[in-house]
Design a protein around this ligand. Sequence first.
Ligand code: ATP
Length: 381
Amino acid sequence: MPRGETGSQRTSGGAISIVGLRKEFDGATAVDGIDLEIEPGEFFTLLGPSGCGKTTTLRMLGGFEQPTDGHIFLDGVDVAQSPPHKRPVNTVFQSYALFPHLDVHKNVAYGLRWRKDLDKRTRDARVAQALELVRLTEYAQRRPHQMSGGQQQRVALARALVLEPSVLLLDEPLGALDAKLRISLRAELASLQREVGITFVFVTHDQEEALEMSARLAVMDRGRIVQLGTPQEVYQEPLTEFVADFLGVANLLDIECLPGSAPTRTVRYGDFTLEAQAPVGGDSTARRAVIRPECVEVQEPGLTGANRIPGMVDGVVFLGSTTQLAIRLPHGAVLQSLVTNSSGRHSLATGQPVTVHLPSQSLRVLAASMDHAPAALAGDG
Ligand code: ATP
């Protein structure tokens, strides 16, 4: 079967609707009321720090964990009480757990052994298709120990795909691989998902992985979804300090909001008045703003104008394609700026005076209230 055909068979299903999903373990809340819609064929990621409840959410989707409360609809059918094998879902775990005594073909075929409706020829054809999808056709006769970690994880993927699920759940599937392999497999996995067209729900604590691969992602904290959006939205428009900080390097500025209304807000920062993007709902009690280092522009000294502050270079770290600059401001705060080295023009040295430009479209006031949501764990809520 040509590559891609499998996908065209499956794109009709795979819609997930999660309503009020909760899970308690011995009185401690692991998942604290999640509502979420995932589109058929979407690459969706649950991202968050260790213990935030992402694996528990995935395990409830897979049927390995029973919800304490709430509903999970797969293509409109409530599956919350169905066992794993009754769901059109398959899971790929971090540990690929292949059978060491079986070759790759037999490992992949293993899941089809219950499919008495398929004759041997059909089963072999499906295994061959799955191996072709993960680019392992030539490795069919090898045993797992004769393959690299990345290849073994691709076998695990083929083993899940051969069952033609509507939804594939992936629990940190790249976590056991070394950093370089992880990066190359990210692109492969994203392209495989586009090819097969089935819904992927991916769990990771690695923000780069989530940003690179997902169509949309949910950032989780203490059992709750704290922000949902495309990678660009969540990275560039974080709503809270937690999200800003978790997704990459963030300059967090102590500010005071001046009276005014959205969409922009005037803020005091040290002795300076800046224009910034206002948080949703125009929270005037906010005390913090964020700007990403790559948005902090370092200009020649003496420039004045909107959102410009004099500063002094406090540190220079050459990183190859970029240089990281620390700029000290008159009130003592230090901002990080990341500049590209394309023209070699950023030959700045410590002690040099500069002007820092914080473009108003990149400077965002963070919502104050959302970071103080009640703790979801330890049974204190
Ligand atoms: P990690 O990235 O470390 O896997 P996670 O975000 O996937 O973390 P979960 O594994 O979902 O987090 O765990 C959420 C919370 O629920 C944690 O506090 C964890 O200790 C707790 N928990 C998970 N499984 C159980 C269990 N079987 N019994 C008791 N508590 C559990």
